[in-house]
Structures are given as C-alpha cells and as structure tokens.
Design a protein around this ligand. Structure first.
Ligand code: NAD
Length: 478
C-alpha cells in the first residue's frame, strides 16, 4: 500500500510540525502501515490561511468551470480506484461490498455536485416601500472545517468536502487518527483533477491535540462534523459559543420493526446486511430488531441460521462480509457491551468470539430495551432481538432511545408500513429494507441526539451557503 504520510496544505505535500510521530495501523493484524508526522496548531493555521486566501478566486469561477472541475474529480477517483481499494482495505479493514460502496458513492457525490454551482440562485422580492427593489443572493459561507470519523472515512469526508467546494467554499479536512490516509488520498484526487491550490487542504493529528483548536479557529465559517454524539456535543457547544455554524451528524441506535404480516425470509436477509455491513461499524447499523410476538420464534430461527452462513475473515476475500474491527480499543468496547448484556440477562442465541481484531457475530434474544447492548450504540457485529406485544409497543420501544438516525419497518402492507415509519422518531426510515441507506440525491440526517443538519442535494447546498439581502431604492424615500 502507498504510504499517505504527508499533510496537504496550499497544494503542497508537507510534514506535520508537532514533533509527534503517529502510526497508521492495519486492523487485520495491528501492524504499522506507515508513520507520519502529526499536524501542529501552526499547521492548522497554515491550512486555514491557505483556504481563506484561495476562497475568493475559487468562488469567482463560473458555475461551468466548477462543474468541469468536479467532473475531473470524479474521473480522478475512477482512475485511482485500485489505489483507493487498497487503502480502504489495509487502513480501514473494509470488505469488498464496503469498498464498492465507498468508491461508487464518492463518484456519485462528485457527479451530483456538478449541478450545485447552478443552484446559487437568489430572488427578487416585492417591497412595501415605494421605489424599493429587494434582491436576495446566495453566497458561499467561506471556509468550511470538516471533521470526519474512521468508519466510512472516504464517503463521510467527501459528502461534506465536495458540496462545500461545489458551492464556492474552500475546505480544511481533519480525518480520524485511525484513518489519516483517506484525507491525504482526497488531496491526490484534487491534485490530479487540477484544482487551484488551497481549495482543499488536509491536516491530521490527534483530536485531543488539535481538535478543539480546529473548531475554535477564527478562520472557518462553519464546521461540518461527523462522529460520535459525545464529541459532537463538545463541538456544538464550542461552535455555539463562537456563533459559528455547525452541522452535526452523530451516532444512532437503529431498529428494524418486524410486523406480524412481514415476509420473514426477506426481513432476515435485510437484517444481516443492516446489522453486519462494515462489521456493524455504521451509524445507521441495526442495533435492535423488534418482532411482533406471534412471529418472534420463527424469525429468530431463520435469522440465526442465516447469520451462521455469514463469512468472517480477511477483507481481501470477496466472499467475506465481516472483516476486522478497526482497532483493539473498539474491540474492547464491543466486548464490554457483550459481557454487560449477558450479565443483564440476555440469552446468547448465537455465540460469537474474538480472534485478534475479528469479532464473529453475536445474536442476543430475550432482550429488553434497557439492556446495555440495546440502549447504547454498540458499533460492532452484535444484534439484539426484542419480542414486542404488538405494533404499538414496537413503535414505543423503537422511540425509547435518545437517538433518532435511521430505522426500518417490515410489513407486506406497504401503505401501513409508511404510516408506521412516520411514527418512528428518526430522520430516515426504510419500509421493507434495512436501515443503512444513503443516496447522494436524497436527504440524509438524524433527529434527537443523532444530530442537526441535513446532507445531500439542495439540503447540503443550504448548509454551506448563506443568503444576503440587497435592496435598491430607486426613488427618494425621505
Ligand atoms: P469520534 O467522535 O470519536 O471522532 C470523530 C472525529 O472527531 C475524529 O476525526 C476525531 O479525531 C475528532 N475529534 C475527537 N475529539 C475532538 C475534539 N475535541 N475536537 C474536534 N474533533 C475531535 O467518532 P468515531 O469513533 O471516529 O466515529 C464513530 C461515531 O461516528 C459513531 O458514534 C457513529 O455513529 C458516528 N457516525 C455518524 C454518522 C452520521 O452520519 N450520523 C456517520 C458515521 C459515523
């Protein structure tokens, strides 16, 4: 694998100046892929200054010029897909379906964003003041600081970076410490596509060292954060104290609600994907499956048999669906939830086990919503089955969580499924599908502790732009 060991600032590949050497580790065996010199606060200053300097000229390019550059960005990703796959597997432990998802979604994000420069529209608004003409103009916010997590590192960075750039902003990205390479390979895309220097910049260092500084910095006009609710609260309060705009895409505790008329075979197949895609390390992953009691035993049997067929192992193997967990820290965190759930009285219906960073899937039955693996985001290949008396109880339990990101309802009555979906308090609900869905042209976002802000299409254009009112007085008013 290529070592992506340099920061990308003002179109230059430079070493971090903090004096700290950080390791990028491979989740398959925890071996060190490469080391890099972490960014200092001065590097953050340099990156933000480069972005600030580049922004007016970039904003002044025509929509057609921006769209052409975004097309080249999509081409660069396509041409570098082998290199990207290597990185996502070695650095992130991504399986083949996950690699395919990340690359194709990134290309689609760029293609979708080609229309964003043309959405920079304003209005003319009639005035009650004689002789006044009112106009509104949509402008880029300026400089956007993007903070990305490690679990889907390329897509979750690009879904902020690309729309921000498409609407005339410039960007500095800070990746998670476990996946620094993705921020730097994005620099390669921008370089290959021929973007002006300073439009995209990337700095990597520990969140605890440069994270607060990255958010508090006076240059960024908005912070786009994707990560845990815990860190999101801190970023939201810091940004709030500075009256700085922020979008927060945070954790989830998502359900599949299986109604008594559901096709259980279809539900079980979908649930495998929803619970175990990317080893369960997805904000939209299924944590809880709620089944109406008349079909509970039948579903549990079908589902457990299906889970036994899921292949765990080296993500280079295209048959593998569950690869390694990102780090030993995360392995330990998942194991703590498993132990606590057993102590709380859940039945181990399928016993997994751990080999290094590989966790074989666990299925718990006889769960109640207060059990540790039910009321927390486990972020691993662990799923809890809960028996519910009826649909009403199912909806109540689905909503009995502080999170509200995604969800799923299974029923053969599609219209009724939609009515149930409306009552589930989350930003996204999928009828007869599992909870992990993201299409670059469809709204994405959560409710409650899962965040504030919306991604994709015109929703994200609103996030990265601001409106200005200009009026023109054509006859004396006073
Ligand atoms: P995390 O919150 O630990 O880290 C996210 C990012 O924040 C990293 O880049 C980290 O370095 C940085 N960070 C840490 N402390 C910081 C600080 N004080 N200031 C600024 N930045 C700081 O999350 P993670 O473990 O990388 O990712 C997993 C979490 O992300 C899960 O909770 C998951 O549900 C959530 N997530 C949400 C979405 C969504 O769209 N809602 C998508 C993916 C992941």
């Amino acid at each position: 694998m290529i070592a992506y060991d340099k920061l990308y600032i003002d179109g230059q590949w430079v070493e971090g100046t903090s004096g700290k050497v950080m390791e990028d580790a491979c989740p398959m065996d925890n071996s060190v892929l490469y080391t890099y010199k972490a960014a200092s606060k001065e590097d953050v200053d340099r990156a933000y200054e480069a972005a600030r300097k580049a922004q007016p000229a970039w904003a002044a390019t025509t929509p057609g010029e921006k769209a052409a550059m975004l097309e080249k960005l999509a081409q660069a990703i396509e041409e570098m897909s082998g290199e990207i796959a290597d990185l996502l597997i070695c650095e992130g432990g991504s399986t083949a379906p996950k690699v395919g998802f990340e690359i194709s979604t990134c290309i689609n994000i760029c293609k979708q964003a080609m229309k964003f420069p043309y959405l920079m529209r304003g209005e003319t608004i009639a005035s009650d003041i004689p002789g006044k003409q009112n106009f509104t103009f949509k402008n880029p916010k300026g400089v956007i600081g993007v903070i990305a997590p490690w679990n889907v590192p390329l897509v979750l960075a690009m879904r902020s970076v690309v729309p921000a750039v498409a609407t005339g902003n410039t960007v500095v990205l800070k990746p998670a410490s476990d996946t620094p390479g993705t921020a730097f390979i994005i620099g390669k895309f921008f370089e290959k596509a021929g973007f002006p220097k300073g439009v995209y910049n990337a700095v990597a260092g520990r969140g605890s060292d440069i994270g607060d500084y990255f958010v508090e910095h006076p240059v960024p006009d908005a912070i786009s954060f994707t990560g845990s609710t815990e860190v999101g609260k801190r970023i939201g309060s810091t940004a709030g104290s500075m009256i700085k705009d922020v979008s927060l895409e945070l954790g989830g505790n998502n359900v599949m609600l299986i109604l008594k008329d559901a096709d259980l075979e279809k539900a079980a197949r979908a649930a495998i994907f929803g619970a175990f895609f990317n080893q369960g390390q997805v904000c939209m992953a299924l944590n809880r499956i709620l089944i109406e009691e008349s079909r509970y035993d039948e579903f549990a049997k079908i589902f457990i048999e299906a889970v036994k067929q899921v292949k765990v192992g080296d993500p280079h193997d295209p048959e593998v669906f569950i690869g390694p967990i990102i780090s030993q820290t995360q392995v330990k965190s998942i194991e703590r939830y498993i132990e606590a759930n057993i102590e709380a009285g859940a039945t181990v219906a399928l016993e997994g086990h751990t080999e290094g960073n590989y966790i074989y899937p666990w299925v718990f039955t006889d769960c109640t919503n207060d059990m540790p693996a039910c009321c927390n985001e486990v972020f691993g290949p662990v799923v809890c089955l809960l028996k519910v008396k009826d649909e009403e109880e199912g909806i109540a339990i689905a909503n009995d969580t502080s999170y509200g990101l995604s969800g799923s309802v299974f029923t053969e009555d599609l219209f009724h499924g939609m009515e149930v979906a409306k009552r589930i308090e989350s930003g996204m609900v999928h009828v007869n599908d599992q909870s992990i869905n993201d299409e670059p042209h469809v709204m994405f976002g959560g409710e409650k502790m899962s965040g504030v802000g919306r991604f994709n299409d015109h929703w994200v254009v609103e996030k990265f732009t601001t409106e200005k009112w200009i009026s023109v007085q054509t006859e004396p008013r006073f």
